[in-house]
Each structure stands twice: as structure tokens, then as C-alpha cells.
Design a protein around this ligand. Sequence first.
Ligand SMILES: Cc1cc2nc3c(=O)[nH]c(=O)nc-3n(C[C@H](O)[C@H](O)[C@H](O)COP(=O)(O)OP(=O)(O)OC[C@H]3O[C@@H](n4cnc5c(N)ncnc54)[C@H](O)[C@@H]3O)c2cc1C
Length: 490
Amino acid sequence: MNKTALIIGSGLGGLATALRLEKNGYSVRIIEKENTAGGRLNILEKDGFTFDIGPSFFSMSYEFKELFDYLEIDIPFELNELNPLYTVFIEGNEKPYKIYKDLDKLAAEFKHIEPNFKKEVKKYLLGAKNVFHDTEYKIIKRNFDSLWQYMISMSTVPKKHLPKMFRTFWGELERYFESEDVKIIFSLVAFFLGATPFNTPAVYGLLNYTELEHDGYWNVKGGMYNIVRGILGLMKERDIEITYSTEIKNVDYKGDEINGFIDQDGKKWEADVYVVNADAAAFRGKMLGRKKYSEKKLDKMDWTLSPFTIYLGVKGKIPGIEHHNYFLGDNFKEYADTIFRTEVTPKKPYYYVNVASKSNPNCAPEGHENIFILCPVPDLRVKPDWSDAQTLADEIIEDLGSRVDYDIKNNIVSKTVYTPTEWQDKFNLYRGSGLGLAHGLKQIGALRPANKDEVFDNVYYVGASTHPGTGLPIVVIGSRLVTERILNEH
Ligand SMILES: Cc1cc2nc3c(=O)[nH]c(=O)nc-3n(C[C@H](O)[C@H](O)[C@H](O)COP(=O)(O)OP(=O)(O)OC[C@H]3O[C@@H](n4cnc5c(N)ncnc54)[C@H](O)[C@@H]3O)c2cc1C
């Protein structure tokens, strides 16, 4: 008889692991608390519009290719490379910057503020490239069985990168670029890690290499949710069943033996192997009662910012905006310094805007735009009360309208707002943190909650808060690492 696997959660990490285990002869079932699959990679269908609610692009597209090559099937959705990668509007500037992978085109964007850009960026990206390739297989794409093994692996990373561990991301940018705008634009990636460029190490400049030189950014034709639709189609063919609206609330165990997980109705779910796709830190604390992950300890960990998201259906076409855009103010350092720790709603918020209808007409009725706005805000530890959500939403909508010169406010035909509270409640995201545990040096590799449980030898983890970390391609790598572990150990 086939071995059985139960996966708790149908986020991308859970779905990818289900496919890999099935390929290796496991009989797989998934249980999901929501009534749709995908976790944060999900959709909202409303008033004739279809919104991707979370991820809107990704780097390292080859990790998706790796997944489907492993399964020996064609990739079930169409990848689309972003060009330009994104557009950046900075308050007070006459026109936005278009960020291209093509360095000649990018140098032309910056020629009035950074005349030596091409020469300097090549030097900067070479350093970032070396860090990426010198750590890719030593730190990211491998399992660690102990802290010791991790330290040994770290010690084999070439010593020339050591200064980048001690210098800040911003400090590194200052060595190459004069212009504040260039430094700001290059340092936006630091926020994905759950840090600011002023307190994260320069090694993470490797993310500039991934976006500007290595593989760029990609999205999916017809919308990001086609990733999940494609995977669900494959699961159907393979008899991988998902049971929706079922939340694991408890566990049945004796000593280091686990007998099953228990849902909200008291039903026990048993399997030979369990893979937890819920947050790997919070699940250990809340469900398994581990002291290292008590609420007090979880609250002391570093978490990524929370999303404040707005989904707008707008009448008319807006010429002054592209598909992927950042809208920034004129007080970057001050904003970065306070955003993680202020309980006051940001006055002049910084935000990201995705107008999916620019390249996917099917997501909005004809003559309308589909607008997704993401404003990173402090998590619920810092700001637990979101009763002022509509004020923040109105401020952002007003600001956006004036910056793209279109009366958005009076042309809204559909509007939905998710505060960090909704994000927390929907997908069990700890304190509403959008990307899970941050990626500071204290929370990566063997220092991140492991993908194998400390007590139960048949409980594993996959997803944003376990190794190797957050982001769509990274959780796909995580699905490979956890599968390798399971196949080695069972
Ligand atoms: C607003 C936003 C924008 C983002 N943008 C990008 C982007 O542009 N590019 C990018 O690469 N990444 C982006 N990310 C990050 C990316 O979405 C995540 O890293 C990735 O989707 C995490 O996948 P996961 O496998 O951890 O699963 P999750 O998405 O966390 O899914 C876990 C699933 O488990 C379920 N679950 C939890 N607890 C239980 C339980 N007890 N019982 C049953 N089910 C349970 C949840 O309901 C959920 O469906 C974004 C995230 C957010 C929130």
C-alpha cells in the first residue's frame, strides 16, 4: 500500500510539496481552512473584476520550471517577463523612473542624476552576483541537520564577502552611487526581507542582481492565480484531494509519537507523514505548545511588515500609470526608520500599485481598470487597531489620483480593503505579517524554524517561515528540500 501524507494548508509550498510527494508514490491529502486553495496566492472575484490578492510578480522563474521538470510535465501556465520591471514615482520629481533590465536604457533614465551609472552599476552588480552564486547552494538550496553543519557551510563562503555582512545595504549603495533616488530605488528590495536598507546587511544586494541581471521579474499570463489553477488541474488528474473549510485546531500525541491532527469539528486526520504549510513558527507555538515559540517569544522575533491592501475597480482607462508601480514620498530615511514601529497610521504612505488590466484585459469589464494597492504597514503587535482603515484607504486613493492625474475617487465601481487583521484571520498569518518571519542573519539557514519538527519524526514544514524562506520561488525551493528530507527519512 502507498504511504500517506497529510498536508496542512494549500499555500504554494503545500501544493508544490503535494505534487512532489505524489510523484514519489505517496497518497496525498490536503486540508485547508479557507474555501479556496493558494493561501496568500489567492483571488478575489467581485463586481465583474478578478483581483490577485497578494503576489503580483516573482524573481527566479526557473524554480517553477524546475518543479515541473521534476514532475516531467509541461508548466501548466504561461510565464511573462516584465519589461520594464517596474516604474517608480518619487514625490517632487517631474516624471517617474522606468526600471529596465537593459542597463543602457536604465542609465538613460538616470543620466541627469547619476552620470556614471553604467560603470558603477556593473561593478555593484558583479559584487552582488558573486554573493548570490557563492551562497545559493551553500545556504539557500540545501537542508541543514544541525547548527554545526550550518556553521561549517557558512565558513566555506568566500571570505571576501565578509565586509558585506557588517556593512549596511545602504552603506554598500553609497560606495557606488551619488544620487539619493538611485539608492532609494535599489534598496526597495530590503523591505521584502522584513528590514530597512539602514539595518540590513549589504549581502542582500544579491536581490538587485536577481532583479536587474539574473532572471528579472515575471508574472503569469491571465493573472497570478493561474499558477494555482494549473496546479489544481494536475492534482485532480493525480487524485490529490483538498478538503476545504477545515482548520487544524489541535493535535493528538503521546510523548514523541503523533496520532493525528484534529480539526474544528473534532475529526482526527491521520497519515504516515504530515507536512505543515501553516506558519512554521506560530504553528509550533500555538498548536504544539513549544516554549521556544510561545506568544511572548514569537513577539520578540523579527517579522516582515503587514499588508494593507485595496482592490479597486475603476471606470475608465488611466494613461499615466503602468502595470507595476511604486509611489514613494520625499522622506525615505525617516519613513523607513518609523514604519516598523509606529502605531500611528502613516500620514503620507508609500505604496505599490499593480494595474493588472494593463496586460490582462479579462480581469476587468471593458473600459475599466483593475487596481491593486499594497501599502506595507506595521504589524498587529505595533498597531492592533485598524478602525481607521477607511481613512488610510481614502488618503492613498486621493494621493494616487493626484499623482497619475485621474479622478480615481469618483470613478470607483468596486472597492475592498484588507487590513492586517483580515490577513491574519484569513490565512493564520502571525500578527498579520505579510511575508512571515524576516530574513535577518539571525533568522536564516539553521537559525530559521527548521523544515523538520524537533520532536515528531514524521512532522515537516514548508512555506514562508521555514527554511529557506519567503517569496514564491523560495517556497518552491522549500518544497523540494522538504520532499528530499521526507524521502530520505521515510
Ligand atoms: C500582500 C502580499 C503580497 C505579496 N507579493 C509577493 C510577490 O509579489 N512576489 C512573491 O514572490 N511573493 C509575494 N508575497 C509572498 C508570498 O505570497 C508568500 O511567500 C507565499 O505565497 C507563501 O506561501 P506558503 O507556502 O508559505 O503558504 P501560505 O500562502 O501561507 O498558505 C498557507 C495556507 O495554510 C492555511 N492554513 C493555515 N493554518 C491552517 C490550519 N491550522 N489548518 C488548515 N489550514 C491552515 C492557510 O489558510 C493558507 O491557505 C506576498 C505576500 C503578501 C501577503
